[in-house]
Design a protein around this ligand. Structure first.
Ligand code: IMP
Length: 428
């Protein structure tokens, strides 16, 4: 397997964990490179469902090394809860299979407090964040206020950073938002206790990854969120705070661009979105409702109902160009069973005319009216299909139409939630 990056081609929740879990079989090292506990990666196998937020989805494959690289913002409370849950369910987690970068930024209590405070203050105009403190944590990283994992092991320096941050953050919490202050002692005690627990896992992930590549080991990069939520290329400001596309790999791992051989993107056969922001193909009627119920479209991290709509080839085409997507994994095709006709958005009608390119401004995307290509639906149960030829002709036509509209081959189609419910198609 060449060095591969798996990303979401839409607005998140495209089942990346599932594809990572499949590819992890052939990989040696599986790396999370951006995002944090805003991610909710669901893996189902052996009748069990696992929801991961920080630990890479390759953790279920014995003999693999999972790396949380420095592009990730680490919330130790979430990390340890996740490790405890995995151990309680019989999975061995230790320094042999999990490495946390010493350069990773820590999510601190004020990040979560500020995330919640801003969302409440914004009322109807809120972003709909996951409330995990992600935006404030990345903001501190780039404004030189962040606290990194390695800072936990230098007590004097940690104390200095703690006081610097609390002085500033408590002033904002108290004076701007009228909220209680955060006491230094509670934060210090909790983080230094976690520091001891974390120590065996902490390592120089940059060095470990360079070594892995130099040794010819297979590295799999597991993206979180998705291309349309990328802070630079997504529909700003309705995005997440990191480069949640293949663009984030180099900055988030310290590996050079040529270290990525292939980019595989996951896309649902329809689209879902949590949080606010323009969504041209949203179906707020019966069909969207049906996608939500049949597809069980409720947030993994927040439990929120996801907004649902039709496949948007304008968005996926844009993601394909900017990420150099080599192949798509089309997931949840089974959810579209029983729809009289299926729709693919091929262009947007915007005030200036018709466009096949994703506009830059959220206002333009909000004004876009989708232009649909319609295809006949399928009534057959496709969940037992394991070869492309097992699918009804109408389902195959729908898959081929998406492929043609996006200009990217679809190499994998999923027809149900279990590990084995996939159709692999030959490359080329
Ligand atoms: P944040 O990442 O929690 O700051 O949220 C910013 C935006 O990204 C909101 O619209 C979230 O709903 C969205 N978001 C963050 N993580 C995910 C995810 O894993 N899947 C889907 N949407 C996400």
């Amino acid at each position: 397997m060449p060095t591969t990056c798996v990303i979401g081609a839409q607005r998140g929740d495209e089942g990346k964990a599932r594809v990572v879990d499949l590819l992890a079989d052939e990989a040696d090292v599986i790396v999370r490179y951006q995002g944090g506990s805003n991610a909710g990666h669901t893996v189902m196998f052996g009748g069990e469902t696992y929801r991961l937020h920080l630990v890479p989805s390759g953790i279920f494959r014995p003999g693999k090394v999972c790396v949380v690289a420095h592009g990730v913002v680490v919330d130790p409370e979430v990390l340890f809860a996740e490790i405890a849950d995995l151990r309680a369910r019989g999975h061995e987690i230790g320094p042999h299979n999990l490495v946390i970068s010493d350069r990773a930024q820590l999510v601190m209590p004020w990040h979560k407090a500020l995330d919640h405070a801003r969302e409440s203050a914004d009322g109807d105009r809120k972003m709909g964040t996951t409330g995990q403190g992600i935006g404030p944590c990345y903001a501190d990283k780039v404004s030189y206020r962040g606290i990194r994992v390695s800072d936990l092991y230098d007590r004097a320096w940690f104390e200095e950073r703690l006081q610097l941050n609390l002085g500033e953050k408590n002033a904002i919490l108290e004076r701007v938002f009228g909220l209680p202050r955060i006491e230094a002692a509670a934060v210090r005690d909790a983080y230094l206790a976690w520091a001891d627990e974390l120590r065996p896992f902490v390592g120089d992930a940059v060095d470990r990854l360079h070594q892995a590549v130099a040794d010819g080991r297979q590295v799999l990069f597991e993206g979180a969120q998705a291309a349309l939520l990328d802070v630079d290329l997504g529909v700003y400001p309705y995005v997440t705070a990191s480069n949640s596309s293949a663009l984030g790999v180099c900055a988030g791992t310290g590996l050079p661009p040529r270290a990525i051989d292939r980019v595989i993107a996951c896309a649902k056969a329809y689209v879902t979105h949590v949080g606010s922001g323009p969504f041209p193909t949203e179906d707020s009627g019966e069909e969207g409702q049906r996608m939500r119920e049949v597809g069980r479209e409720y947030g993994t991290t927040t439990g929120r109902p996801r907004r649902c709509g039709w496949f948007d080839a304008v968005a996926v085409r844009f993601a394909a160009r900017s990420n150099g997507i080599d192949a798509l994994a089309l997931v949840k095709l089974d959810v579209l069973r029983g729809f009289r006709r299926l729709r693919i958005c091929t262009a947007y009608d915007v005030p200036g005319g018709r466009t096949t390119h994703l506009p830059a401004s959220a206002a333009s995307v909000a004004s876009a009216r989708p232009v649909y290509r319609e295809l006949p639906g399928f009534d057959e149960d496709v969940s037992a299909a394991r070869r492309f030829g097992d699918l009804p002709a109408t389902a195959r036509d729908f898959v081929r139409a998406i492929e043609a509209e996006c200009g990217v081959p679809i190499e994998l189609v999923s027809v149900g939630p279990s590990r084995e419910q996939v159709i692999r198609r030959a490359r080329g």
